[in-house]
Design a protein around this ligand. Structure first.
Ligand SMILES: Nc1ncnc2c1ncn2[C@@H]1O[C@H](COP(=O)(O)OP(=O)(O)OP(=O)(O)O)[C@@H](O)[C@H]1O
Length: 381
């Protein structure tokens, strides 16, 4: 496990054109090579490259229509790619029918047989000479124990909650000990609390079993919370592959910076080779601008938690005067909308800090933007 962590940390999570993302380590369990998918003239996937290591939990994350389900369906053989190859455990599975592959899948809609009991649903795929009745009974009992449903065995799906039905679907997907577990938005039909609980259970079960897992989701909190690595997708392309910390702290593109987490965004121009930028007349320091061409246009993002707030009367040198334009109470933190001259910024701070600053709507305060925290991208990326 330690070595695995080091592997993950060693990658900087960025993609250069033509790279094989994540493929720099030991032989991957699943390899996606240059996969493309067209529906008529519509291109749903473009040259997707991906390598998933054995035992990894990888999430496909992106807005609606970005192609994440299409990619998962390609890996499952439900909708083969138009171009490229997919290898699992070294075997080319690109055009194998689903039944000839080694995976279990859980869909968003529970997809259980309504006329079969929990036991019968889980046992459904356990057929043939390898599965005498006694062994099936033992395996089903083991699986229902694993997903915490040992006492629900005789019930029918309609007698279970949504969360319980997804646990049955998970037990069924794992019944044959597949090499690969595919989860297609498995939690999106559930309410927030069940969803949060079940996602942690899925993660701990996955770690206990060590099964290589790919989950599709459009919920970034879900992806950040459970994944070893996240594949961020947009318009049929992979924008970045990285650990949750990498995609959050070091986004590879303006899309990723804007899609993952909250941020304020503004345009600027590189003003000097020493990392000074000019944003609508306001001069700021940005370490990430140091290597960029003098005079080039850039997009700048800053996370709310990195916008530092100060009293107007005790502003540090270089602070920008700012007016509070809105406050949103979120429990442990408040989100503060600010107007610093022409720049609209969002900050977050503890309620006690805001009380000390008397930061009420229309109050005047001051802000600083730490140079090492500004995420800067050339506009032509
Ligand atoms: N069978 C199909 N025929 C035509 N177009 C399709 C087909 N399946 C998917 N598409 C299109 O391909 C694109 C990607 O679809 P996909 O289902 O992979 O998106 P997604 O990222 O999973 O989105 P969502 O979160 O909304 O499910 C969409 O624009 C979709 O309309």
């Amino acid at each position: 496990m330690t070595a695995h962590r080091q592997d993950l940390d060693a990658s900087d999570g960025r993609l250069a054109p033509g790279d094989t993302p994540g493929g720099e380590q030991a032989v991957p369990y699943l390899e996606v090579h240059d996969v493309g998918k067209q529906f008529g003239t519509f291109v749903a996937l473009r040259r997707v490259n991906l390598a998933v290591r054995s035992g990894e939990f990888v999430t496909f994350l992106g807005p609606s229509g970005c192609g994440k389900t299409t990619l998962l369906r390609g890996i499952a053989g439900l909708d083969p790619p138009s171009t490229g190859r997919i290898l699992q455990a070294g075997r080319d599975i690109t055009f194998l029918p689903p039944a000839a592959r080694d995976f279990g899948i859980v869909f968003q809609s529970y997809a259980l047989f309504p006329n079969l009991t929990v036991t019968e649903n889980v046992a459904y795929g356990l057929r043939g000479p390898a599965w005498p009745r006694r062994r099936v009974q033992e395996r089903v009992a083991e699986l229902l124990g694993l997903v915490g449903l040992a006492d629900q065995a005789p019930k029918y799906p309609a007698q279970l909650s949504g969360g319980q039905q997804q646990r049955v679907a998970l037990a069924r997907a794992l019944a044959n000990e597949p090499g690969l577990l595919l989860l297609d938005e498995p939690l999106s039909a559930l309410d927030a609390i069940v969803r949060q609980h079940l996602r942690q259970e899925i993660r701990s079960l996955q770690q206990r079993l060590g099964v290589t897992t790919i989950m599709v989701t459009h919920d970034q909190e879900e992806a950040l919370g459970v994944s070893d690595r996240i594949v961020v997708m947009s318009r049929g392309r992979i924008e970045q592959i990285g650990t949750p910390a990498e995609v959050y702290d070091r986004p590879a593109s303006p899309f990723v910076a804007g899609f993952i987490g909250h941020s304020s965004r503004f345009e600027a121009m590189v003003d000097s080779p020493a990392g000074s930028i000019l944003a609508q007349g306001i001069r700021l320091q940005a370490e990430a601008a140091r290597h960029l061409l003098y005079g080039s246009r850039v997009l700048v993002f800053v996370r709310p938690e990195h916008v530092a707030l100060h009293p107007a009367s005790a502003a540090p040198p270089g602070a920008l005067p700012a007016q509070v334009t809105g406050l949103e109470f979120l429990g442990p933190v408040c989100r503060v909308s600010l107007q610093a001259g022409p720049l609209a910024l969002m900050a977050s701070a503890a309620p006690a800090e805001l009380m000390d600053l008397a930061a009420e709507p229309s109050a005047q305060i001051a802000v600083t933007l730490p140079p090492e925290r500004l995420m800067v991208f050339p506009e032509d990326v």
